[in-house]
Structures are given as C-alpha cells and as structure tokens.
Design a protein around this ligand. Structure first.
Ligand code: 6PG
Ligand code: NI
Length: 182
C-alpha cells in the first residue's frame, strides 16, 4: 500500500488553505464597488476586500463531487457599509452548502426567490446550512478578519446575475460603533 502526503492543508484557526490543488482568488474594491450603496470614490480601488480559497474536485461536473473553500474577509467599510461578498444563488438550485465560522464576527445574509431576506450570526464554531434555493452573501461586521469555511457540490455553479437583478433588500452599516441593518 502506498501512503502519500495530504494534497492540501487547511489551518482552521491560524491560517488559510494551502497545497497544489488549492486555487486562490482575490476580490478588490473595484471589482465590487458598484454593489455598494455609496461607492467610496475617495478610497483606493485596489484594496483587497476578500479572498476565496478553493479545493475543487478534479471532475467538477461529476454528480456528487464536492468543493471545500475558505473565504477571508477584511475588516473594511465603504462609506460606513460593512464589507460584503458579491453574493450568489447556485446555478443548480438543488445544490445546498454548509458554511462554518472560523474567526471574526459576521452575518450570513440569505434571500429566497420571493426576495424575503434574513441573516444568521457568524462567529467561530457557528455552523450554517444554506438551502440551494437561497441566495447567500457574507458580511464582515467585526473589527477583525472574518474567516468562513464552506463545503458545497462542485457542480453547483454561481449565478451572480440573479442577485444583480434581485438585489438583497438589506444593507449592513456601522453607525456610532453599532451594527445597523437597513
Ligand atoms: C460558493 C461559496 C463561497 C463563495 C465565497 C465568495 O458557492 O462557492 O458560497 O465559496 O463563493 O464566499 O462569495 P461570492 O462568490 O458571492 O463572491
Ligand atoms: Ni455558494
């Protein structure tokens, strides 16, 4: 029997995901600026808002394949609005997803196809199930980096256009040090 080294590591509490199969993507403010209510023109458009690490199945379209990911969100605000992910619903709405909090504080915004929205609090060790029929977006509401792990079917796909056409009806702001949802 051949024993091999693990293909990747995920340092849950102090680090990120590393290894050959791990892909990393980076979202800059300029990539998501128009999603904010008041695009912060005075700020550096090159600043990093969040990073996504992903260990994807080799055969993505094979039914039952899984992807494992990590989202790292910086404690940034854009004109008082907390840093949020672009947000999406899965292309294949039969595909759900698990999220789990690893560091920092945040919110998981969820929205059904009728536009009803609600949120779950995220903190280290919190566990969240996202039904495939729900659009989902992360918000970093803390002063620290928010780290959220995730596992989802590799064939789920990301439908960003749907969320652009049906924006989340709620925005999350920092006002006088408080978290305010409007
Ligand atoms: C997924 C996950 C997750 C998500 C990131 C970034 O389906 O892949 O929900 O990895 O992609 O948190 O969020 P956006 O894809 O909405 O930018
Ligand atoms: Ni998703």
């Amino acid at each position: 029997m051949m024993i091999i080294e693990p293909k990747a590591v995920h340092d849950f509490y102090n680090g990120v995901m590393e290894g050959k199969p791990v892909m990393k993507s980076r979202k800059l403010l300029k990539d998501i600026l128009t999603a904010y209510e008041n695009p912060d023109k005075g700020e550096d458009p090159e600043r990093v808002m969040y990073e996504v690490y992903c260990y994807e199945a080799e055969d993505k379209i094979q039914q039952g394949s899984l992807s494992w990911g990590l989202t790292v969100m910086y404690p940034e605000c854009v004109n008082g609005e907390f840093n949020f992910t672009r947000g999406h619903i899965h292309q294949d709405t039969s595909c759900g997803e698990f999220y789990f909090g690893l560091a920092g504080e945040g919110l998981l915004l969820l929205m059904d196809i009728e536009g009803n929205a609600w949120a779950e609090k995220i903190s280290p060790n919190s566990l969240h199930y996202v039904n495939g029929k729900l659009a989902h977006r992360l918000v970093n509401t803390g002063d620290q980096v928010l780290k959220v792990g995730a596992c989802w079917p590799s064939n789920a796909g990301h439908n960003y256009e749907w969320v652009e056409k049906h924006p989340f009806p709620v925005r999350v702001y920092k006002k006088n040090g408080e978290i305010v949802c409007i």
